[in-house]
Design a protein around this ligand. Structure first.
Ligand code: ATP
Ligand code: MG
Length: 276
């Protein structure tokens, strides 16, 4: 594995398989490792965004590997903002974002991975899941939408599914944007107070918020059960949006360095050609 400058940062948030994860012990407002305050880090983010764009170009040109970023968070955890700000410099042609809402009747009439698998990125693409198959061991567990043996069996099914993606050349990177309940309260209130953001507010979010501890426990177990060497979870402190953006970029760039996509070999004799 080639060393790269992003590795040390990514390792800070990676959940190593088999380790005991306690979300309550992770500071949601951490600035660990950041190059400076908000201003300095935001400048660094601009540079990292440019690097992501360069890697995307290589990944696309090579056309034999892909990357899948799975984004999970509590409501107002910043999934949308992360996608907007991290992928802002990247050629939209090479990025595929899929958002997973409550399943339709047709989706519910299939296995839980049916609707997910078809959105997996093709070779050369960067895929992003805004929520994902993990909802089927999170909200489904907390709201008791299926019996416990059914959701519990899904940990193994998810590990197997992600192994299929890995084996076909997709690096699976899973990020939990970790915010505090206080930060969530502020963000939900901001949605209510701002008429241009009110459309994002769902009264049901307040019910979900009441089950904060149950969700944290469900996340903890899901992350522990499914963080593997090939498809690890990263718990990113996300109360500060600028730190969150910087951290997610570090994780993506570390993975891309390790994938190390190469431009395809050029046709022989091109150096002697002149276009007339
Ligand atoms: P925001 O964070 O901006 O509110 P969002 O991802 O919450 O965005 P919404 O449309 O508000 O988007 O919510 C989608 C809802 O769909 C979530 O409450 C989520 O838990 C739910 N959902 C997603 N997948 C499933 C699933 N498999 N079963 C049940 N509910 C699901
Ligand atoms: Mg929502």
């Amino acid at each position: 594995m080639a060393a790269n400058e992003h590795e040390e940062h990514a390792g800070r948030w990676r959940v190593e398989p088999g380790t005991e994860l306690r979300l309550a012990d992770i500071d949601t407002a951490s600035k660990a490792g950041a190059p400076g305050d908000k201003e300095a880090t935001t400048l660094a983010v601009q540079d990292l965004v440019g690097q992501l764009s360069d890697w995307q170009n290589r990944l696309w040109a090579e056309g034999s590997q892909s990357i899948l970023l799975v984004l999970q968070a509590m409501d107002a955890g910043g999934k949308d903002g992360t996608i907007r700000q991290v992928f802002t410099g990247v050629n939209p042609q090479g990025v595929r974002v899929a958002s997973f809402k409550a399943p339709t009747a047709d989706e519910l009439a299939h296995d839980f991975l049916w609707r997910v698998h078809q959105h997996a990125p093709a070779h050369g693409e960067m895929g992003v899941f805004n929520r994902s198959h993990y909802e089927d061991v999170l909200i489904v567990r907390v709201n008791e939408l299926v019996p416990e043996p059914v959701w519990r069996a899904r940990y193994q099914q998810i590990r197997d599914f992600e192994q299929i993606l890995t084996a076909s050349g997709t690096a699976v990177v899973k990020v939990f944007l970790h915010i505090s309940p206080e930060e969530q309260a502020e963000r939900l209130q901001a949605r209510l107070d701002d008429p241009t953001k009110r459309w994002k507010f769902a009264a049901a979010d307040l019910d979900v918020r009441k089950h904060w501890d149950a969700y944290q426990a469900a996340y903890e177990e899901a992350i522990r059960e499914t963080s593997t060497a090939d498809a690890p979870w990263y718990v990113i402190p996300a109360d500060r949006k600028w730190y969150r953006n910087w951290a997610v970029l570090q994780v993506l760039l570390d993975v891309l360095h390790r994938l190390d996509p190469q431009f395809p070999p050029e046709e022989p004799g091109l150096e002697d050609l002149t276009v007339v």
